[in-house]
Every structure is written in structure tokens, then in C-alpha cells.
Design a protein around this ligand. Structure first.
Ligand SMILES: Cc1cc2nc3c(=O)[nH]c(=O)nc-3n(C[C@H](O)[C@H](O)[C@H](O)COP(=O)(O)OP(=O)(O)OC[C@H]3O[C@@H](n4cnc5c(N)ncnc54)[C@H](O)[C@@H]3O)c2cc1C
Ligand SMILES: *[C@@H]1O[C@H](CO)[C@@H](O)[C@H](O)[C@H]1NC(C)=O
Ligand SMILES: *[C@@H]1O[C@H](CO)[C@@H](O)[C@H](O)[C@H]1NC(C)=O
Ligand SMILES: *[C@@H]1O[C@H](CO)[C@@H](O)[C@H](O)[C@H]1NC(C)=O
Length: 497
């Protein structure tokens, strides 16, 4: 009975003292960058903060960013980020929400080239292929499958955490909440070291893992173990892309977010204090941008930066911050995409008779004199491929390389061609483990979305970082500390079931 009395008293007190009024939503928010990171940030911010907040997004070039297409022979082809994994749940969700359609990646036979000859040739017969893999690499293939699956399984926890509105204040904490010290350790070592520790043979690492790293990141097995494992997951089946072009996801998210897109280059961000309606000081950020014809700007309660920072990248200066926000020496790797409509020179790969050359994908080993990372037949963004013309090898090919190909090099790779499109990218970080991710929180209400790329760069990662930043911004604004940096979430959410 006394306990019951206490409860009544507490209830009475609660009724007498209403909770402090919830803080008002911010009036206006700026997002810098209209790639998948910025578009997804705008989309998640709108969902969190509702219809009233003014959302403005500055984009200096075209929405889509590193998702872009190039025209060749009247068809459009992906020239930047192209392949999406079947377990990329945010990308899947966007495509469904926006009424877009996926197109499966056309399956091609794979050859691995060592600079002189093909050291591995995939067969179209499942069983023969299995025997070939066993013969060459023993059980390394199975080991890869299990090893990667375990890491991807743990990584997938992020979707539950985010569905329950949990956010992390740093990229390290986010990764640690998913995979503990194992994930942190992966960032500290190269994929080469990580695979050796996991018991893979050097032959498998050189002939299978390294070519995958080269096609995905233009770099060899010296990249960090985490991005390396993500890269290995790209050997799975079920890869897809978005019909009409992946960049449609960005424009779709932007219109769904009802953000006002301002064509302009953000030059600087500066803290400002203004008197509020009751005379109390209100902290704001002045964002200054150039529209080409003029330099202008506005003030915002919050700023989200969804473009890689660094002098050669987003190049935003942070003025008058105390302590100062340091410039990030963000090294990005140059990758050249060359789209070629022509006939592959099969002699180059040791097949003087083009009709006998069955491969549509050639990955390369890490050899010093190789001038390209990979060459593969590609379908247009509508899913149209030149499969029927296979024996003549007349098709659209995509070459990835670290330098622009010379005419001489093109003439070595192709016996003939009639059109070429070249796209130069600062594509993804130059990975150098031990890797340290940049902070997410640059100031009270300035969030940096793209720092996650230091762990791993891919559309899905920037989308995950976008949702995390939007949630983090929301919770910090409203003082929901219990939704930030929670430990033991996996166990906790299991118990909630
Ligand atoms: C060749 C290549 C192949 C790739 N392959 C894949 C793949 O197969 N699968 C995959 O998942 N990922 C792939 N990626 C990676 C993927 O494309 C990126 O991770 C992703 O697109 C990054 O999105 P983002 O929005 O974070 O950055 P970005 O797309 O770079 O967007 C940033 C935007 O900000 C704008 N901007 C920059 N500075 C300013 C400023 N000061 N003011 C205003 N606007 C500014 C830029 O114009 C840009 O539009 C690939 C990338 C490249 C280049
Ligand atoms: C990774 O390296 C950093 C320093 O570079 C260190 O502080 C951290 O403890 C290391 N983590 C693991 C799991 O090895
Ligand atoms: C970066 O911006 C500063 C001024 O804001 C400018 O002086 C500098 O030239 C820019 N750097 C590059 C590489 O564009
Ligand atoms: C094709 O490759 C072979 C072998 O590398 C080379 O000798 C030849 O010049 C290349 N070009 C053409 C058009 O055959």
C-alpha cells in the first residue's frame, strides 16, 4: 500500500509539472552537395523535421555528383558509380519509394590478366568453373564467402539501429557499434594483412582479391581491410543498377525532400550570433556561395556537408571558428573512366582468333607496367547490351585506369573503335591504413556526411552516413541524448523483439 501511495504521488507531481516544452524545430537548414550523400541527407532531414523547415541545397555542378552518365552511340552509360549490391538496403528502399526500376548487371565471363596472359579464365559451365576454382585456389573461395558473409552480417545491424532511430556521433563509433574491435582493426591494417591473418593463400590474394580491389578502388591490396572486405562482397551475385541511370535516385530524393536546389559553389561557413525574438542570442551559420554571377549567402540553424572536404575537393573555408576547424588533407584517388565503342583486341590477351574469346570482363593483377585496372563490356542504363554481337567483340567497353589512356594504349586494347568518351574523377579516397575517419561533428550544428568514405566509399555508405547525420542532427537539436552513441544496441534491440 505505501508503494502504491508513492506512485500516486509521483503521478500527481507529473500532472502538476508538465514536461518542458519541446524545443522548436530549426527554421532553416543548408545541405552542401547534391550527390547521393546530399540528396539522401535532404530526404532524411525532411522526414525527421517535417514540412515546415526551410531546406536549401547548394550544388556547384549537377545533381548526382559521382553518379553520372555519358552518351555513346545514342545510348547512356554509367561513367561513375555503377554497381549496387543486393544487400544495399537504403538504395533498394530509395528505388522502391521513387518508383524507379532496378536492372540486373549482365553476367559476363571473367578473365584475370597478369600483364602477359590470362591466369584465370572463368567457364560458363558451373561445375567446370567450380573445379577450376578448386584446382587453382583450393578452398579459398569458400573461405572468402564465409569470411565476408560474417562481416557483412554484422554490418547489416546498421539498418536495425537506424530503423529504431539510433545515431552515432563519429564514424569510428558507428563502425564499432556494428563490429566491435574487429572492425576497428580492419581499418588499421591492409586487406592484404587482414586476409593473410584470416588464412588466405598469397596466390588467392594476388590473383583474385587484388584485381577486385583494382576494379572497385583503382588501388591494390594495400587499401584498408574494411573497404577491402566490402570490395570482396562485390564478387557476390545479384548486383544491379538503376534503370535510366543511378543518378535518377539523386534527383528523385531531391524532389521528394522538397529542398530548394541552389546552383552554387559554397565558399565559406562562418558562425553568427543574432538577437532572438525575446532578446536572447541565437546562434546561426552564415553560408556564402558563388552562383557564378555573384557571391551571396544566407544564414541557417544547421549545415550538412555532403561533399568530400579538402583543398582540391569541396574547398570550403571555415571562418572565425574558435577553436578553428582544420582543413582536411583529404587525398582522393584519380580514376579515369574510358567508354569505348569498338572491338577488343583479343590478341592482346593471347587470343589471336576473336571468335574464340568468350570474356566480357577482364580484371588485372597489380603489375607495374599495366596501364589499365580493368576492361569490361557494359550495357546502357536502359539495360540494352550488345550481347548478340559477341563473336565480333563489337560492343561498348568500359576501361578503368589511373591515368588518361594514350592513343597508343587505346590502339593496343582495341583492334578498332569509332567513339570514345573519357571521364576524369577524384573518385574515392587514396586508402592508407591505419585509417582515421574525419569527424562527423565539425561544430555544434555542422555535420560532415562524407567522412565515412575513409572507411569505405560506395553509394550505400554515403546513404547510411546521410541517415546517421540527419538523425544525429535531429537528436542533438532536441536533446535526445539517449538515441546517440548507445552501447550494446544489438543485445538491447534483440530484447525488444
Ligand atoms: C569511377 C567510379 C566508380 C564507382 N563505382 C561504384 C560502384 O560501382 N558502386 C558504388 O556503390 N559506388 C561506386 N563509386 C563510389 C560512389 O560513386 C560514391 O561513393 C558516391 O557517389 C558518393 O556520393 P556523395 O554524394 O557522397 O559524393 P558526390 O557524388 O561527390 O557528391 C558531392 C556533390 O557536391 C558537389 N560539391 C562539391 N563541392 C561543392 C561546394 N563547395 N559547393 C557546392 N557543391 C559542391 C559536387 O559537385 C557533387 O555533386 C564509384 C565512384 C567512381 C568515381
Ligand atoms: C587502431 O590504431 C589506433 C591508432 O592508429 C589505435 O588507437 C587503436 O587502438 C587501434 N585499434 C585496434 C583495434 O587495433
Ligand atoms: C580554395 O579556396 C581558396 C579561397 O577560399 C582559394 O584561394 C583557393 O585557390 C582554392 N583552392 C583550389 C584548389 O581551388
Ligand atoms: C593487338 O595486340 C597485339 C599483341 O599485344 C599487338 O601486337 C597489336 O599491335 C595490337 N593491335 C592490333 C590492332 O592488333
Amino acid at each position: 500500500m505505501p508503494r502504491f501511495g508513492l506512485l500516486l504521488l509521483l503521478l500527481l507531481l507529473a500532472a502538476l509539472c508538465p514536461p518542458a516544452p519541446a524545443r522548436q524545430n530549426p527554421a532553416s537548414i543548408a545541405v552542401v552537395g547534391g550527390g547521393i550523400g546530399g540528396a539522401a541527407t535532404a530526404y532524411f532531414l525532411r522526414r525527421r523535421f517535417g514540412p515546415a523547415v526551410r531546406l536549401q541545397l547548394m550544388e556547384k555542378a549537377a545533381p548526382g555528383g559521382r553518379l553520372a552518365t555519358e552518351q555513346l552511340h545514342g545510348q547512356a552509360y554509367e561513367a561513375g558509380g555503377s554497381v549496387i549490391h543486393p544487400l544495399n538496403l537504403h538504395m533498394k528502399h530509395f528505388v522502391q519509394q521513387l518508383g524507379l526500376s532496378p536492372v540486373p548487371l549482365p553476367g559476363s565471363l571473367l578473365g584475370i590478366y597478369d600483364g602477359k596472359e590470362l591466369v584465370f579464365e572463368q567457364s560458363s559451365w558451373y561445375l567446370i568453373n567450380l573445379l577450376k576454382l578448386l584446382w587453382h585456389y583450393g578452398f579459398n573461395g569458400l573461405r572468402r564467402y564465409l569470411w565476408v558473409e560474417d562481416i557483412v552480417d554484422r554490418f547489416m545491424r546498421i539498418y536495425r539501429y537506424q530503423a529504431h532511430d539510433y545515431a552515432f556521433s563519429s564514424n569510428e563509433r558507428l563502425l564499432h557499434a556494428l563490429g566491435g574491435d574487429d572492425f576497428t582493426l580492419l581499418l588499421n591494417q591492409s586487406i592484404d594483412e587482414a586476409m593473410q591473418r584470416a588464412g588466405f593463400s598469397q596466390k588467392y590474394i594476388d590473383q583474385m582479391a587484388s584485381p577486385i580491389m583494382r576494379i572497385n578502388y583503382g588501388q591494390g591490396v594495400n587499401i584498408n581491410g574494411f573497404v577491402g572486405v566490402i570490395s570482396l562482397a562485390w564478387m557476390d551475385s545479384g548486383l544491379w543498377s538503376v534503370k535510366g541511370g543511378n543518378k535518377l535516385v539523386c534527383s528523385g530524393l531531391l524532389s521528394a525532400s522538397k529542398a530548394e536546389v541552389i546552383p552554387g559553389t559554397v565558399l565559406s561557413i562562418e558562425p553568427k550570433v543574432r538577437p532572438g525574438p525575446r532578446g536572447d542570442p541565437v546562434k546561426l551559420y552564415q553560408v556564402t556561395y558563388s552562383t557564378g554571377s555573384e557571391v551571396t549567402g544566407d544564414t541557417y540553424d544547421m549545415v550538412f556537408i555532403a561533399a568530400p572536404l579538402g583543398p582540391d575537393l569541396a574547398n570550403i573555408s571555415f571562418k572565425n571558428f574558435e577553436p578553428p576547424i582544420r582543413q582536411l588533407p583529404n587525398l582522393y584517388h584519380q580514376t579515369i573512366t574510358t567508354l569505348v565503342h569498338g572491338r577488343l583486341n583479343t590478341s592482346f590477351f593471347g587470343y589471336p582468333e576473336p571468335a574464340t574469346f568468350p570474356f566480357g570482363d577482364i580484371f588485372t593483377m597489380d603489375k607495374p607496367n599495366l596501364f589499365f585496372s580493368s576492361v569490361g563490356k557494359v550495357s546502357s542504363v536502359q539495360g540494352v547490351s550488345a550481347e548478340a554481337e559477341l563473336p565480333s567483340q563489337l560492343a561498348t567497353w568500359r576501361v578503368f585506369s589511373n591515368e588518361v589512356l594514350t592513343e597508343e594504349q587505346l590502339n593496343l586494347l582495341f583492334s578498332s573503335y569509332d567513339s570514345v568518351k573519357v571521364k576524369q574523377w577524384l573518385a574515392y579516397p587514396e586508402y592508407r591504413p591505419p585509417e582515421e575517419c574525419p569527424p562527423i561533428l565539425l561544430h555544434d550544428h555542422i555535420y560532415y556526411v562524407s567522412g565515412i568514405e575513409r572507411a569505405a566509399s560506395a553509394m550505400e555508405f554515403n546513404a547510411i552516413a546521410a541517415k546517421n547525420a540527419a538523425l544525429l542532427g535531429y537528436h542533438r537539436w532536441h536533446g535526445n541524448g539517449h538515441r546517440i552513441d548507445q552501447e550494446g544496441l544489438h543485445e538491447k534491440l534483440k530484447a525488444e523483439l
